[in-house]
Design a protein around this ligand. Structure first.
Ligand code: GLA
Length: 397
């Protein structure tokens, strides 16, 4: 037993050295997936350790998961950063102007503190998962802009003061950019309806005034699609030109294995980093059963499946490998990569009435999937990439 562990340990050490010194695995020589060394390697790898020279590896959690010993152990093994899946949203915290309920969030933050994990704050200003009453007065009338800002200031002061020194960054504004047409901003939002676009700048300024030490992020989905990237860059450039304190962009990364494009990911990282902003991947998952490209649309009519096939797992693994190839190559511009969930056993994608999905690196039994093996193996350096995307270590560094 000891000998097996020792051999596996040595193998991990050799592989880490290969990564550290950036030696290339020749193209077209993928590691043998079934060799005992590869198996042992997968079992021994800790995600956060494996990627520690590059970026933090986080997961989204809910407090009920922290009461399950296997999940606690799994989190501590693989992740060094936590995001609250729901319990830090206004819906979970705001009760009224005089009372915020921090009980759930405190359980998460205490767990993180006890175990030396970082905590990302998610989220302060969002059109969704915010009580309707937040935008109304005691008579149910819509608040004026000034009254809404006054409420936001009280709320932010309570939250940021409560978590001061324990939460290193916040998604200050979530999802303010429009998906449709030429308009830049999401107009169908109580924030926009009451304040216009200026609520975005106001929220960042407020957060910075209250706690100048925390890192402030703009967070959104769809940020690797060309149109939404263009709109987001335009908004961010304007905010920065006006001196608004904003430190980074959260690319949510709810991706779909039928559509994911490593080239577009690279373009978005370039665009945000060129503005001088830190980039974080904040809600990563890779849907297997999401919407299909038009030529596969027929398949959408099939009844929802309860599992994923080997071919689907292989395609998902390929997409994850492409994504991580890009992320590692840009490690100097990316400080954190967070998965939106721990395992396929609990993912928001399975709770949308469209059947189960399997978007994460671990299956419901917490066993590593093919995608896990692929992103942590030397094969990552020889993953098939579309033309025009430069490779990791191609210059031998
Ligand atoms: C958005 C939010 C997250 C979460 C996911 C889906 O991306 O930012 O907080 O609600 O949707 O669960």
């Amino acid at each position: 037993m000891k000998r097996i562990r020792w051999t596996a340990g040595l193998f991990v050490l050799v592989l880490s050295a290969v990564n550290v010194f950036g030696e290339n695995v020749p193209d077209g020589v993928p590691a043998d997936e079934n060799s005992p060394e590869t198996q042992a390697f997968s079992q021994d790898v800790r995600l956060c350790e494996h990627f520690s020279p590059d970026f933090q590896i986080g997961t989204a959690v809910s407090p009920f998961q922290l009461r399950v010993p296997e999940l606690r152990e799994h989190i501590l093994r693989h992740f060094n950063s936590l995001t609250a899946e729901n319990c830090m949203k206004p819906e979970a915290i705001y009760r009224n102007d005089a009372f915020c309920d921090f009980r759930q969030a405190d359980a998460l933050v205490e767990f993180a503190q006890e175990n030396g994990l970082a905590v990302r704050g998610h989220t302060l200003v969002w059109h969704s998962q915010t009580p309707r009453g937040f935008f109304r007065d005691e008579n149910g009338e819509k608040l004026s802009k000034d009254a809404l800002y006054a409420r936001l200031e009280r709320y932010m002061t309570a939250v940021l003061t409560h978590f001061r020194g324990k939460v290193y960054c916040w998604d200050v504004v979530n999802e303010a950019i429009s998906d449709y047409g030429p308009e830049i901003y999401r107009t169908h939002s109580p924030w926009y309806e009451i304040c216009g676009k200026e609520f975005i700048a106001e929220a960042f300024r407020m957060a910075h005034r209250i706690d100048p030490d925390i890192r402030l992020y703009y967070n959104d989905y769809g940020l690797i699609s060309p149109e939404k990237r263009r709109k987001t860059v335009e908004m961010l450039r304007g905010l920065l030109a006006d001196g608004v304190p904003i430190h980074g962009v959260g690319i949510q990364a709810h991706w779909n294995m039928h559509y994911f494009s490593p080239e577009e990911l690279q373009k978005s990282i370039d665009a945000f980093a060129e503005l001088g902003l830190d980039v974080q991947i904040t809600e990563l998952d890779m849907s297997v059963h999401g919407r299909r490209p038009p030529h596969q649309a027929e398949e959408e009519k099939e009844p929802q499946k309860d599992g994923s096939t080997e071919e689907e797992e292989a395609l998902q693994a390929e997409r994850y490998a492409q994504a991580f190839e890009v992320l590692r190559r840009n490690a100097d511009r990316i400080s954190s990569v967070t998965f939106w969930g721990i395992s396929d056993g609990h993912t928001w994608l399975s709770y949308r009435g469209k059947g189960k999905d399997f978007p994460l690196l671990f299956d419901a039994e917490l066993q590593p999937k093919e995608a896990f093996r692929k992103i942590t193996s030397p094969e990552l350096l020889s993953v098939e990439m579309p033309d025009g995307v430069p490779r990791i270590n191609e210059d031998g560094t």
